[in-house]
Write a protein that binds this ligand. Sequence first.
Ligand code: GUN
Ligand code: FE
Length: 446
Amino acid sequence: MKKQLIVPKQIVTVDEYNSILRNSVVEIIDDRIADIYPFNDQSVENFDGEVIREENLTLIPGFVQTHIHLCQTLFRGLADELELLDWLQYKIFPFENAHNPESLRMAAKFGINELITGGTTTILDMGTLRYQEIIFDELIYSGIRAFAGKCMMDLNDLFPAFRAKTSDDLKYTAELALAYHEREGGRIKYGFAPRFVLSCSEALLTETKKMMEDFPGSIFHTHASENKNEIAEVRKKFGKENLEYFDSIGVMDNTTVLAHCIHLNENEINLLKKNDSRVSHCPSSNLKLGSGIANIPEYINRSISVSLGADGAPCNNNLSIFNEMRLAALIQKPIHGASRMNAKTVFRLATIGGAEALNIADETGSIQIGKKADLVLLDLEGPNHTLSENDEDIYSDIVYASSRKDVIHVMIDGRWIVKDGMSLVYDDFEIYYKGQEQLKKLLSRL
Ligand code: GUN
Ligand code: FE
């Protein structure tokens, strides 16, 4: 049994009352938060375990990102200034198609390292068509909490070489789910990942949903209604809007996480609510690909689950939750007014909102007794920070003024993954240079 005690300046719990605790400590036994109690010099000195005294740092729950493409990390900066369908056709599909196990491994390492050093402790990853076990291998090794799965595609008019036979895609998916769902004491779960409506036959989508019955706790992860040309294609093919089609074939329920959901009509918003499906909002990606601005305040008004994701490195070009929080707040203000999407609301989307979207809010997303110890210590005392120490101003400081550079220590499942801003899992420079090598080789395979 391993006991640890964290003594921070303050604890932003993200519990139901948004309690902020001062002069309090968090006791961790193995992978879980065992207790939270008032600070007392005597009890800290007599603690029979490791004491982490960081009385200038703010303890927050680890961030949860519900839409990530680890496989795309090597392609950062190689697909700028394009809209979705051209971006996929001319850049991303050929790039992903050129992955071999070595390049995919470096992409996964590079992406996970950026995420953990930026304070993200849980992700939902979309995977890629081939060699998915490599991504699982790195997720397991790194210590990050993840839902992941092979990207499923049995149609591809944009780049036909990059797809699989329906039966092969389903078979490989079933094998992976059997091998990896609920691994590492539940830290790794399967996220079934049919890519988007234009890359998936109806059979692929419905058979995948059926397969999920054998894997309780798994997630159905796809893109939906991101781009106007994309939904025009969907309309042409099915005579329906994107979510109307998904609903008509029975793939929307409370395990469905839909990235983007930008161009929804009233009926589709009602379908989100009726099916209790989840929206993963990716504001950087939505702006950079020129896709549009999702009506997130309306979804929140209707108590539809909203969480945040950075999407992939080539449509962002960062995997930092701080960028996503800031933009999620700012982009709505000219449309809905400056008081909408306040800092506290957005901070909750990036923490407990993500955990709720993935149906793991009993395990992570807030600092509460009994939950997993997925924790981040932030330094909010630098030149760019808010001077006020009022409770409400902490959210403002984190959402509007902070960055990944303020992340000092990160713990996942009770294990320190980042200390003093440095990854304990990966060597930053080694993976940068090895990633560069693999990118060169990959580009030569195009
Ligand atoms: N739609 C289908 N594939 C993708 C992808 O890789 N990124 C984004 N942003 N949208 C997609
Ligand atoms: Fe995406």
